[in-house]
Unconditional design. Structure first.
Length: 365
């Protein structure tokens, strides 16, 4: 049976919905095929814009277990770097650790951190919650320190049975957090998403989990937080959060992040936003236990290097510079060396709004 955990005194279940490990291979890949554990299969897929090799790991029934991405195309990424994404269904079952261990045995590699992790809370939408949700959709309420993103609307049948001829226009998904936010939030009508999914993506294991909680399936919504910068987060003792702690301790971590970051306030027009009334949404109990800070020994950035990186990129984008092949080569070589330091890459992305794919194409062309 799927794992389920109660939330506070209210009915809810917290899960891990995305778990992507960042790893380092023992040696660079040289084109040899992957050998899956007994009963599993490794099938090579088309490459991506960033990774030259993409592999699906499948079980004997053809279910995807994981995706392995390796052999980066960009000289900015270490040639031994790889990403291991565990398929969604295995995040909901008790043998998660055994599955991950078997996947990691396919190639000699060491875990260096998380590439991305999503934590979520499934809950039944009540009238009280929905009134707050509609205020968030209309701008009558907001989430502290988070920029509101897209609002997705949908016409759905009125009534619990879903067989009414009437339709109601509802905001079935709200997003919060900017492009560079460490925490990106989403509240959406999970039941509706599963209903609209193709047959192979219905995720019956999630429905089973809801039934185990005694949920009315049609009323289940989800509050989800996606964390892309988990390696930069620390606990109150300034210690890194181990990759598997995000899974094993997901209930406490979600409650702590939600209680600290997802504070809903009514837009009352106060100059000091702290005077705006707090609107309760999910009944979770948490504390401020996670800090977005790096220890002092991780200050490996250089202001002159960051400034030079931006200047070189700006020059490389000039049409007259691009006509001079010798000058272009010198600038590209210098940029490649500077971008080996993550902070230089970070400032280039922030300054010019480019991603690693765009930078790779510019340096390779």
């Amino acid at each position: 049976m799927p794992v389920s955990t109660s939330v506070s005194n209210d009915r809810g279940v917290i899960s891990c919905d995305w778990f992507s490990l960042s790893c380092m291979l023992a040696k660079p890949r040289d084109g040899e095929p992957l050998h899956a554990p007994n009963g599993w299969y490794c099938l090579q897929q088309a490459p991506t814009a960033v990774w030259a090799e993409r592999w699906f790991v499948l079980d004997s029934d053809g279910n995807k277990i994981a995706t392995i991405l390796c052999v980066p195309r960009s000289p900015i990424i270490d040639c031994k770097r790889c990403i291991v994404e565990i398929a969604n269904r295995w995040l909901y079952y008790e043998d998660f650790h055994k599955v991950v261990d078997r996947v990691l045995d396919i190639l000699p590699m060491a875990i260096t951190g998380l590439n991305r992790v999503d934590l979520c809370c499934d809950f039944e939408m009540s009238d009280e919650r929905y009134s707050i949700y509609k205020k968030l959709a209309s701008g009558a309420a907001y989430v502290k320190a988070l920029r509101s993103g897209a609002v997705w609307w949908q016409d759905i049948p009125i009534g619990k049975s879903g067989d009414s001829n009437g339709l109601e226009r509802v905001p079935h998904c709200l997003t919060f957090g900017g492009r560079d936010s460490v925490f990106k939030w989403k509240i959406y009508y999970k039941w509706l998403e599963l209903q609209q999914a193709p047959p192979e993506s219905k995720k019956p294991y999630i429905i089973d989990m809801w039934r185990g909680m005694g949920f009315s399936e049609r009323h289940v919504w989800r509050c989800e937080v996606s964390i892309n910068g988990s390696n930069a987060l620390r606990n109150l003792e300034q210690r890194p959060i181990a990759p598997f702690s995000w899974y094993d301790d997901r209930v406490r971590i979600f409650c702590d992040i939600y209680s600290d970051k997802f504070v809903v306030r009514e837009s009352q027009g106060h100059k000091d936003k702290r005077n705006d009334r707090v609107l309760p949404f999910l009944e979770v109990i948490g504390s401020k236990s996670i800090k977005h800070a790096l220890p002092s020994n991780n200050r490996d950035d250089s202001d002159p290097e960051k400034r030079t990186t931006c200047k070189l990129w700006r020059e490389l984008m000039q049409p007259d510079t691009q006509c001079n092949s010798v000058l272009c080569g010198i600038i590209k070589q210098s940029l490649m060396e500077l971008l080996q330091r993550p902070k230089n890459l970070w400032v280039l992305q922030r300054m010019y709004g480019v991603d690693i794919e765009e930078i790779s194409v510019a340096l390779a062309s």
